[in-house]
Every structure is written in structure tokens, then in C-alpha cells.
Design a protein around this ligand. Structure first.
Ligand code: UD1
Ligand code: CA
Length: 457
């Protein structure tokens, strides 16, 4: 922990341009709220405290992110960025270095933040700036003839000459808290927007002889803020592409990195191949030589080695052994454990079940709340009737069982090892091991029976 560092994250803005009932900083990038991403980056510096400045209506932010180790500071009226930072100052000792971040600038990296904090060493003001081809909208960095930073002017207050400056203020800065406090107490709101500008501290710093250390980053996505959903989507693509590149460089084949989405974390073995349109959510592990077919969704699953997930399969909160074959069009709902070599084929749904080695559930079947042994063959159209309308019941199936097609197993029910169930059976009582059991009305033929003919009029 750096006992010297305190982070202040501004997140009180309305976010009107998102046109959303959800507070802006709760909108997600790569499956995580923007504010969470900023806080994660900040936490990598191990600061003594992180203060998040939130606004009226931002209670929802506070509620949803209440598990985060941060201190929430209410800014009840949004009177400007300087006013916002000042709300947190009462809780920050003069000896601290304050790092100011923004809840809607989600891709800022730990590396850049540590450079910015270093730029504030020796009582300097560290500023993060960038050169933009189109600087409009941003505050401009005004330097003197010697190149020393003198001030920041906001777009709306700038002269035509200042508007031509390409170097902009990202908003992020780091400085000693004692100095910051003095400056914040002396800024006013006599400007085009009638706001207390945090940026006004730069001229005060220059005036009092504090050195201003402007560092920059060439990675513009890091400093980009999100004001509308176009920008949200833009940064989502940037993040996704970076994650995809990282995976490919780790040895994963992505058939199309532009059609791969990771909203969470993914651990991969060697020679994993991921086809187009795959979405990975939560925490996923994929073993060596697995193949994930087109349009699959994997959420919180662990796959052994040599597993094939064929197209259009959806897997959630489940664990698979080696050499399993899933899909196409299969669905594993939460709490499934499939042992090595299990096959789950098309239009099969499995929920809260364990399936032992080599068992096959190949077509059009529902298996729920079931303990299935090894080498079971489940015929097409088999249904475990696990729900009586009130409670869920268990189905237990032994090893080497053969279940004929179109059977219903009405739980609670147990089927012994090596049992065979005749097709079309409705099984309501336990089935003995090793025998053929069937429940089916006998087939009849009426000899000489004629189809009715249409009556003549
Ligand atoms: C600010 C900077 C500008 C910089 C730009 C980068 C000032 C005066 N200007 O301008 O130099 O180029 O960011 O994007 O700082 N916020 C609060 N409370 C407030 C006001 C703002 O929490 O009272 C938060 C907002 O939620 C937002 C951030 O501060 O995340 C920036 O506020 P915004 O009003 O968007 O500032 P800009 O005009 O973009
Ligand atoms: Ca802004």
C-alpha cells in the first residue's frame, strides 16, 4: 500500500447523452461497469483510499457497487469538476498525493497512472495530456515560449488562437493534497459555464512557481471518455480487440477476432481454437486442444482437454472433463458436471446433473436433477420429469443403462445398473438392474378394418 496516495474518482455527472435510466458509470465495457474498471486500475497502485464522488440519483451507483473498497462522497449539486474534487478534500490529509480520475474514462491503464503519480513527485503537479487531431470540446494546454505549461483553458472560454492548440487536457492529474486544497479554495466560477473548474488550479500552480509536469500517452483509447452510446460501443470494440490480440499472442486461434467477445476472464491451454461469434462470460477455463464452434456462449465453465463444443451451444456454470462432445444446439444449464468422453447432442438440455464417463445423450432430451452413471445411452426424446409442480426430485441412473427413445422418467426414481428401458415407457417406479423394463400398451392390429369414406349426398 502506498500510504502517500489517495485517489478521487469523479462520477457525479448526469450522463444525459446516454439517454438512459441507468447511471452512466454503470454502463459496462467488457461486461464490467465503467466505474469498476477505473477503480480496478486505481487499485493496482495500492492507494491508501479511493474516494468516489457521486451525484444525486447516483445512489444506485453506490448500491450496485457497494462491495467495492471505496469511500462514497456525495456531491449534491454538480457545480463543476473543481467543486467535485473539493467534496472529498475534507477526508484527505495534506501530506497525501491526490490522483484525480473519472468514472467515465474506463480504459485508463495502471502503467499510465503510475507514470502520472511519479510526475507529481517533488511537489510537482502531474498532468496527463494528449495531442489530438481534433481537439474540439477539450480544455487546451497553454504553454509559454519556453514550453512550460501556464494554464488550461476550456473550449468555451478559449480565444481563437487557443482553440488552435492540439494538446488537450485529459482531466487526469496528480498533486500534493495540501497544495490542491489551497488552490481549490481560491478558484471561482466566473467563466463561460459558471462552474468551478478543476483546471483553474493549473494557472494557480504556475503562478506560485510549482513545476507542472505534463506527461502524455499515445494510446488515445486510454483517455477517451464516454458521453454517449456510440462512444461506449467504440471503447467496447477497442477493449475486445486488445483482449483478442492478447489471446492470439498466447496461442489461441481466433477465426475472427472482430467476432469474439470476452466479458470476464479466460484461461486457455495450448492450441485452442475459437470459431466466429463466440461470447465468453464470467470466469472460463478451456483446456488444451479444445474447439469452440460458431455462435457459442460459455459462461463460468471449465472445459478439460480435447473438448468440442459445436455450433450454437450455450453452456453455463458447468464443468466438463476431457474429450467431451457438446452440440450443435446443446444447452448446459448451471451445475452440470460431465465426466470424460460424455456426449450431449442437439436439442438436449441438461441441468444440475452429473454424468459419468462415456455416457451419451445425443438428441432432443431433457436431463435435470439427475445422477447418471457411466456408459449410459439415453435415447432421443427422453425426459426426466423432475418437477411435480411444487418440488424438484432426483433421478438416479446406474452404469451401462440403455434408455429407449421417448421415455419419461418420473422422479424421484432410480434405475439400476445395466437396465434397459423399452422405448416409449413412462417410468414411475424404481427399475431393477439388468432387466428390461417397459410400460407401454400392447400393439394391436384390427384385421380387415376399413377407413371411413366420405358420405354421398
Ligand atoms: C473536463 C475538463 C477539460 C477536459 C475534459 C476531458 C474541467 C473544467 N474541464 O471538461 O479540460 O479536457 O474534462 O474530458 O475540468 N463531474 C462531476 N461533478 C461535477 C462536474 C463534473 O463529478 O460537478 C464529473 C463528470 O461526471 C465527468 C467529469 O467530471 O465524469 C468531467 O466533467 P465534464 O463536465 O464532462 O467536463 P468537461 O466539460 O468534459
Ligand atoms: Ca466530458
Amino acid at each position: 500500500m502506498s500510504t502517500q496516495l489517495t485517489v478521487v474518482v469523479l462520477a457525479a455527472g448526469q450522463g444525459t447523452r446516454m439517454k438512459s435510466d441507468l447511471p452512466k458509470v454503470l454502463h459496462t465495457i467488457g461486461g464490467r461497469p465503467m466505474l469498476t474498471r477505473v477503480i480496478d486500475s486505481a487499485r493496482s497502485l495500492s492507494p491508501q483510499a479511493i474516494h468516489v464522488v457521486y451525484g444525486h440519483g447516483g445512489e444506485r451507483v453506490r448500491e450496485q457497487l457497494s462491495a467495492l473498497p471505496v469511500n462514497w462522497v456525495l456531491q449534491s449539486r454538480q457545480l463543476g469538476t473543481g467543486h467535485a474534487v473539493n467534496q472529498a478534500m475534507a477526508q484527505i490529509a495534506d501530506s497525501q498525493t491526490v490522483l484525480v480520475l473519472y468514472g467515465d474514462v474506463p480504459l485508463i491503464s495502471p502503467e499510465t497512472l503510475s507514470r502520472l503519480v511519479a510526475a507529481a513527485e517533488n511537489e510537482c503537479l502531474g498532468l496527463l495530456t494528449a495531442e489530438l487531431p481534433d481537439p474540439s470540446g477539450y480544455g487546451r494546454i497553454v504553454r509559454d515560449a519556453a514550453g512550460k505549461v501556464q494554464a488550461i483553458v476550456e473550449q468555451k472560454d478559449a480565444t481563437p488562437e487557443q482553440l488552435a492548440i492540439a494538446e488537450i487536457n485529459t482531466g487526469m492529474l496528480a498533486v500534493n493534497a495540501g497544495l490542491l486544497r489551497g488552490w481549490l479554495d481560491s478558484i471561482d466560477n466566473n467563466n463561460a459555464q459558471g462552474e468551478y473548474y478543476l483546471t483553474d488550479i493549473v494557472a494557480l500552480a504556475a503562478g506560485s512557481g510549482v513545476a507542472i509536469n505534463a506527461i502524455s500517452t499515445s494510446d488515445l483509447a486510454e483517455i477517451e471518455g464516454v458521453n454517449n452510446r456510440c462512444q461506449l460501443a467504440g471503447l467496447e470494440r477497442v477493449l475486445q480487440r486488445r483482449q483478442a490480440d492478447h489471446l492470439m499472442l498466447e496461442g489461441v486461434t481466433l477465426r475472427d477476432p472482430a467476432r469474439f467477445d470476452l466479458r470476464g476472464s479466460l484461461k486457455v491451454g495450448r492450441d485452442v481454437e475459437i470459431d466466429i461469434g463466440v461470447l465468453i462470460e464470467g470466469e472460463v477455463e478451456i483446456g488444451d486442444r479444445c474447439y469452440i464452434g460458431p455462435n457459442c456462449i460459455l459462461k463460468d465453465v471449465v472445459l478439460g482437454t480435447d473438448v468440442r463444443i459445436e455450433a450454437n451451444s450455450v453452456l453455463e456454470s458447468s464443468t466438463l472433463g476431457d474429450h467431451c462432445l457438446i452440440g450443435p444446439f446443446a444447452r448446459l444449464r448451471p451445475d452440470c458436471q460431465l465426466a470424460d468422453g460424455v456426449k450431449v447432442g442437439n436439442f438436449v438440455e441438461v441441468k444440475k446433473s452429473t454424468v459419468d464417463k462415456g455416457s451419451k445423450i445425443n438428441h432432443l432430451t431433457y436431463v435435470g436433477d439427475t445422477r447418471m452413471g457411466a456408459n449410459v445411452n439415453v435415447g432421443a426424446g427422453t425426459i426426466t420429469c423432475n418437477y411435480d409442480g411444487v418440488n424438484k426430485h432426483l433421478t438416479v441412473i446406474g452404469d451401462n443403462v440403455f434408455i429407449g427413445s421417448d421415455s419419461q422418467l418420473v422422479a424421484p426414481v432410480a434405475i439400476g445398473n445395466d437396465a434397459t428401458i423399452g422405448a416409449g415407457s413412462t417410468i414411475t417406479r424404481d427399475v431393477p438392474a439388468g432387466e428390461l423394463t417397459l410400460s407401454r400398451s400392447e400393439q394391436k392390429t384390427r384385421k380387415g378394418w376399413k377407413r371411413p369414406v366420405k358420405a354421398k349426398r
